[in-house]
Design a binder for this molecule. Sequence first.
Ligand SMILES: Nc1ncnc2c1ncn2[C@@H]1O[C@H](COP(=O)(O)OP(=O)(O)O)[C@@H](O)[C@H]1O
Ligand SMILES: [Mg+2]
Length: 257
Amino acid sequence: MNVLPHTLPGARPDLPEGHRRILDGIDLTVHRGETVAIVGESGAGKSTIAMLASGLITPTRGEVLLRGRPTTTMRMTELARSVALITQETYVRHETIVENLRYVAADATDEEIVAACRAAQLHDLIASLPEGYQTVVGEKGYRFSGGERQRLSIARALLKRADLIILDEPTSQLDAQTEEQLNTALAELFADSAVLLMAHRLRTVRTADRILVLSDGVVRESGTHEELLAVAGGRYAALYRMQDDALASSRSAASAD
Ligand SMILES: Nc1ncnc2c1ncn2[C@@H]1O[C@H](COP(=O)(O)OP(=O)(O)O)[C@@H](O)[C@H]1O
Ligand SMILES: [Mg+2]
């Protein structure tokens, strides 16, 4: 996958009137079986890359390729099959759980659905409901919690066997330790896909094959966790130490309670 510059409405003199540059010179390839993490503060451009990579928006310049094909030449149904975008928002329809899962993979068997839910750690909960997979969800039915919705979107992504899995801070409302465990588990679950993982907290992506440090829409550093820590005067190294210290002090504050 390649993602190149993109602009959204705003203001900047060298761009068409009413446009502001959001990303600049992003050149990124994610291979199958590889996890690439993008870290950066809020507003850095992570979600914009997630939307570009899913083919939901198109860059002003450059192109996004999926298996070598520009996303602009792909039909929406094909894009939807090939890419799974997991964010903090997971939509459910007022229908049964099994229908909410099968809509991403119409021909999935019951066994495949159960297997995906087991892997996403959702099966035990569903099995414990009186009507199991036939339970109706939504406002007038069973209401999934935020964490359960996320697991539903993970189960959907597994069922689709998507080529590209994009995780846009789906676990960022959790504490850092839980987020780290989940991210590691997700990377294993999606080991056969290309995984693009967006995160605000650096600690949670240490095991990624490659980490890009994004700031103001520009990739400032890239490498493995160890490589980035070794960069003298590096941003990643400084941010990592800062976030690690903050975590350590919040832990010691918690244990002092
Ligand atoms: N739809 C939009 N219209 C205009 N500006 C946007 C839009 N979405 C995001 N932005 C701006 O683009 C920049 C990057 O945002 P985003 O990709 O959401 O960053 P991140 O996910 O790293 O927090 C921010 O300055 C944000 O305000
Ligand atoms: Mg974001």
